[in-house]
Design a protein around this ligand. Structure first.
Ligand code: XMP
Ligand code: MG
Length: 182
């Protein structure tokens, strides 16, 4: 049976992870995180834009109430990454001695996360850990790995469930992978 396809900005994408699989996995991660952070002074920092749907589903499913502050890296563009720490927006809240949990949609080369963790450590938190929905192990060029990862996926471009192609495709409930013809 052929996989469900969508077309965005002239490119073809086919289903990689169904919304059912995603929901099931998000519930598992939320249960793990609820245990890990129970009774701790926790600050959750979802990284905009891509993590907004993952964060909304995950956090609402967690058993604990924590402070949540969205952050954004201003310089991110295209399908490559890396940023100057000065371009970090939204880190206004006090981090010192608190348990920080970064939420990412996807960890690709790991460059963004590695710089982000470096920046957060300057504020002397009690701990910094990362949960991501998707992790591309083959693309990782840093020694940083997510502490909690939903799915390990091949090194291909994906969209849906918050992830975009030129700003489009974020609304889809499934996650799709770019179809490379030929
Ligand atoms: P790095 O390479 O620094 O990248 O780990 C992390 C950020 O890059 C974006 N990214 C993607 N966005 N489909 C997307 O829609 C992808 O396949 C993809 N790979 C990386 C994403 O914003 C992530 O935060
Ligand atoms: Mg992102």
């Amino acid at each position: 049976m052929s996989k469900k396809r969508i077309r965005i900005e002239g490119r073809e994408f086919e289903v990689l992870l169904s919304s059912r699989r995603i929901s099931r996995r998000v519930r598992e991660i939320s249960a793990t995180l609820s245990e890990e952070y129970k009774g701790k002074d926790t600050l959750i920092l979802p990284v905009l834009n891509g993590s907004f749907i993952f964060a909304a589903d995950l956090i609402r499913d967690m058993d604990i109430d924590t402070e949540i502050s969205f952050i954004k890296i201003a310089s991110y563009r295209g399908t490559t990454s890396g940023f100057d720490p000065a371009e970090l927006i939204g880190l206004g809240t006090d981090i010192r001695n608190r348990h920080v949990l970064i939420l990412e949609d996807i960890i690709d080369t790991g460059t963004t996360l590695s710089k982000l963790i470096g920046k957060i450590l300057e504020y002397q938190p009690a701990s910094v850990r990362t949960a991501c929905l998707l992790f591309k192990p083959e693309a990782n060029i840093t020694n940083i790995k997510p502490d909690f990862a939903g799915f390990e996926i091949p090194n291909d471009f994906v969209i849906g469930y918050g992830l975009d192609y030129n700003g489009y495709g974020r609304k889809y409930k499934d996650i799709y992978v770019l179809v490379t013809e030929g």
